[in-house]
Design a protein around this ligand. Structure first.
Ligand code: ZN
Length: 152
């Protein structure tokens, strides 16, 4: 058995939007609003995570495993990552965009009282984050994100 290891990332500050997309694509992606370079490098080494950054100094630091992103636009950043790592073909089960926890399917009946009426009417497939309890369905926001991912 030679299962290829899943890609794991840690996104530098200012890459919050990219981190959300990577989580939607199922990649284990850490993101902190503020973290210093030493901590970032330590976490990356401990957990075998690729550091995503737009910081040239950090990228040139030989002790760190970084991928330098040229673009400031999240769509272009996803394309850069796809060219380097073929992320579009390696997608896994979606994760909560806030917690990075893999979503679990949940029966509509169990969450009826949490859902807006229109959602109850039009949607039947739901997933939930076991950490924050946020419920996901394939509504317009979800579809927009998925269309963006498809377009890379
Ligand atoms: Zn969550």
């Amino acid at each position: 058995m030679n299962k290829t290891k899943s890609l794991k990332f840690i996104a530098d500050c200012h890459l919050g939007k990219l981190a959300k997309y990577l989580r939607m694509m199922g990649f284990d992606t850490l993101f902190f609003n503020s973290i210093d370079d030493d901590e970032l490098i330590a976490l990356s080494a401990q957990e075998e995570r690729i550091i995503l950054t737009r910081d040239k100094l950090l990228h040139e630091n030989k002790t760190s495993n970084t991928f330098y992103l040229h673009s400031i636009n999240h769509l272009e950043q996803l394309r850069e990552l796809n060219r380097a790592f073929l992320i579009k073909n390696k997608r896994e089960k979606p994760r909560c965009i806030l917690c990075n926890v893999t979503l679990k399917e949940i029966n509509k009946k169990e969450i009826l009282d949490q859902l807006p009426k229109k959602v109850v009417k039009y949607f039947d497939f739901f997933e939930v984050c076991s950490k924050c309890g946020r419920v996901y369905w394939h509504g317009s926001h979800f579809k927009r994100m998925m269309n963006t991912i498809e377009s890379i």
